[in-house]
Design a protein around this ligand. Structure first.
Ligand code: KG4
Ligand code: ZN
Length: 347
C-alpha cells in the first residue's frame, strides 16, 4: 500500500526516504527524522510539564508560547542528531489536528514555511493516525491490514478498525472522559502530581487491584462504546467516605477497572471480524497493567499484538512521520493554504 512514487522514488527501487516530523498538538514540542516510515534517526521531545504542573493541567496559552520558543531549536536538533542537513530531507510531515489550536498553528506554520522555502512535499497528518502507527517504529515490522487499534490517550479512547493506511473506522469510543483524563483526574484526587497516569501506575504497584470493586462500564447492545467517568466518581466518593483508605489500593483498583473495560472492548471487537494484528497506542499505552493485559489477550487469542516503545507511546514526532510515510499522497498538503484544524476528522 506504500506509495513509492509519492516521494520521488520509482516503484521497485529500494526506498531511502527521510521525513522530518513536527508535532505540536498539545504540550510536547516534538521533532524527528525518520527513514522509510520506520527507522528513527532522531526523535526530540521537549516536555513542558514543569510549566503546567503547578496548574494541575495543561494551560493552552502557555503551551502555545513554549512551542514558539522551542520549535526552531527542536527542528535543528532533530536534523543535527540525524546527521542530515535540511537539504537531505525528502518531505515534511506535520500534525494538522486534532489538538489545541494555539499549539497546532505553531507546528503547522513552521512546516509550511519549511516546505515553501525548500520546495519539498508537505504532509498533513491526523495526530491520532500517528499514534496508530507508532508501534511499528524501529521494529522492522510492517502492519498487516486489517488490524485493530486500541487508542488511549489524554484526549481520546477509541477502538479502531484500520483497513488501510488511511482507511479507518471507529468501532467504539468513550462517552465521557478519555482513559488518560480519568487517570489524570483520579490522580489529582489522590494528591498525585500531574500528569497523573504515570503516578498512578507507579503507586498501583504497591497496591492490591482487587481491594476495591470499582464499577466496570458495560456496553449497550450493538456498541463498543465505553465510559470512565463512573469509576472516577466512585473513587471520589470512596476517598470522601474513607479518607484513610490505602491510596495504593485505590490506585491499583482504579487502574484495574479501567484496564478491564479497555480489554473487554478490544476482545469484543476482535470477535466480530478477522483482524491480522492489534496495536495498543496513545499515552495510556505506557501503563504497565494495560500492557500486561494486552499481551495476555494477544497470547490467548493468537492475534499478534504490538505496543510502542515507551518513548513512542506519548506524543512524539516520529509517529507523525511514520503515518505520513504510509499515507503518502492521500495526506499531501499545499504549503500555502494548509490550516491547522483542532477538530480534524478521524476518517
Ligand atoms: O498521547 P498523549 O501523550 O497525549 C494526548 O494526545 O493526550 O497521552 C497523555 C496521557 C495523559 O493523560 C497521561 O496521564 C497518560 O497519557 N499516561 C499514562 C501513563 N503514561 C502517560 N496513563 C496511565 N499510565 C501511564 N503509565
Ligand atoms: Zn497524543
Amino acid at each position: 500500500m506504500r506509495d513509492a512514487a509519492t516521494l520521488g522514488r520509482a516503484p521497485g527501487v529500494t526506498r531511502v526516504v527521510l521525513l522530518l516530523g513536527i508535532e505540536t498538538s498539545c504540550d510536547d514540542t516534538a521533532t524527528a527524522v525518520v527513514r522509510d516510515g520506520s527507522h528513527v534517526l532522531s526523535s526530540v521531545s521537549t516536555n513542558q510539564d514543569i510549566f503546567h504542573a503547578k496548574y494541575g493541567g495543561i494551560v493552552p496559552e502557555i503551551a502555545s508560547r513554549q512551542h514558539v520558543a522551542l520549535l526552531s531549536a527542536a527542528i535543528e536538533d532533530a536534523l543535527a542528531r540525524a546527521d542530515t542537513p535540511l537539504a537531505g530531507i525528502d518531505g515534511i510531515a506535520v500534525t494538522a489536528g486534532p489538538g489545541l489550536i494555539g499549539s497546532l498553528v505553531v507546528g503547522v506554520a513552521a512546516a509550511k514555511a519549511l516546505a515553501f522555502a525548500t520546495g519539498k512535499p508537505l504532509y498533513a497528518v491526523n495526530h491520532l493516525h500517528g499514534h496508530i502507527f507508532a508501534p511499528f517504529l524501529d521494529t522492522g515490522i510492517e502492519p498487516a491490514y486489517p488490524f485493530l487499534a486500541l487508542l488511549v490517550s489524554g484526549g481520546h479512547s477509541q477502538i479502531v478498525a484500520v483497513d488501510g493506511p488511511r482507511a479507518m473506522r471507529v468501532l467504539g469510543r468513550t462517552r465521557d472522559d478519555a482513559a488518560g483524563e480519568a487517570f489524570d483526574k483520579t490522580a489529582r484526587l489522590l494528591g498525585l502530581p500531574f500528569p497523573g497516569g504515570p503516578a498512578i501506575d507507579a503507586l498501583a504497584r504497591e497496591g492490591n487491584p482487587s481491594a476495591i470493586a470499582f464499577p466496570r462500564h458495560r456496553p449497550d447492545a450493538g456498541t463498543l462504546d465505553m465510559s470512565f467517568s463512573g469509576v472516577k466518581t466512585s473513587a471520589r466518593y470512596l476517598l470522601e467516605r474513607e479518607p484513610q483508605r490505602d491510596r495504593a489500593d485505590v490506585a491499583a483498583s482504579f487502574q484495574a477497572a479501567v484496564v478491564d473495560v479497555l480489554i473487554d472492548r478490544l476482545a469484543r471487537a476482535a470477535n466480530d471480524a478477522a483482524y491480522r494484528c492489534a496495536v495498543l497506542s496513545g499515552g495510556v499505552a505506557a501503563n504497565s497493567a494495560l500492557q500486561s493485559a494486552f499481551r495476555a489477550w494477544s497470547e490467548r487469542t493468537g492475534i499478534p499484538g504490538y505496543i510502542p516503545e515507551r518513548r513512542f507511546c506519548t506524543d512524539n514526532a516520529a509517529m507523525i512521520a511514520a503515518a505520513a510515510d504510509r499515507q503518502g499522497e492521500l495526506v499531501r498538503a499545499d504549503p500555502v493554504t494548509l490550516t491547522a484544524n483542532p477538530n480534524f476528522a478521524f476518517s
